[in-house]
Write a new protein. Structure first.
Ligand SMILES: [Zn+2]
Length: 235
């Protein structure tokens, strides 16, 4: 293979590495945002678990107060019942006493349910705290890694761009112009081998003249996609 083509391929290897690094670099903000979103889910989960616990605690307090109030109502009715003289008034108070007793019983039942609900809320909170800490640790470590990677990529790009500039000086100007135009498309390798007449980029068959030129060691343009081609078996 001619030295001029070898020089171009050396430059291309450098430039394609730079392109890969830039692609990787561009994907970092999205990855970072996904990590932050993942953490946000557990953070909100913890917030909700805390609120749920508060709610059920408040409900338990209110229920205890309701039981106490119902007990006081019963107490007052009992006292009142001792001073009632008329039978119909007495019967009415007895009915009220029954209602008060039922209210106390219902309220106490609800209090017991609320004890179970408090236990469940406590457990949920412990679980939420655990996953908040675990995910927090992981996310923090991964975000740190991404930030370090970003810095390393920037450094490598700067170094390789300098090297690319140096390598470009070795390349024949006419090659360089076509190469750079193709590289700027951002897809595929601007220079590739032609094999059995097929282009490495578009896979289509080239004309006999083009194939022959390549065989003679020339750098050719694909008849179809205009990407640069060389014959790896040329002298
Ligand atoms: Zn082609």
């Amino acid at each position: 293979m001619r030295q001029a083509i070898k020089d171009l391929l050396i430059l291309q290897a450098e430039d394609l590495r730079i392109r890969d690094l830039k692609t990787r670099f561009a994907s970092i903000p999205g990855e970072r945002a996904a990590l932050v979103a993942e953490f946000d889910v557990v953070r909100k989960g913890l917030e909700k678990a805390k609120q749920d616990k508060l709610k059920v605690e408040q409900a338990a307090k209110q229920q205890a107060a309701a039981t106490k109030s119902a007990q006081e109502t019963l107490q007052a009715l009992m006292i009142k019942s001792t001073s009632v003289k008329k039978i119909n008034e007495y019967n009415a108070i007895l009915a009220e006493i029954e209602t008060a007793k039922k209210n106390i019983s219902d309220s106490e039942t609800r209090e017991i349910e609320l004890i179970d609900e408090q236990e469940a809320a406590d457990k949920a909170l412990v679980k939420a705290e655990r996953s908040y800490k675990a995910v927090g640790r992981t996310v923090q470590a991964e975000v740190r890694e991404l930030d370090a990677l970003k810095a390393a990529i920037v450094k490598e790009i700067v170094e390789r761009e300098k090297r690319s500039e140096e390598l470009a000086k070795n390349v024949v100007p006419s090659y360089l112009e076509s190469y750079r135009r193709l590289l700027a498309r951002g897809k595929g390798s601007p220079v590739g081998p032609i094999r059995n007449g097929s282009c490495a980029n578009c896979n289509l068959m080239n004309s006999p003249e083009t194939i022959l030129d390549a065989k003679n060691g020339k750098l050719v343009s694909c008849n179809n996609c205009s990407f640069l081609l060389y014959d790896p078996d040329a002298e």
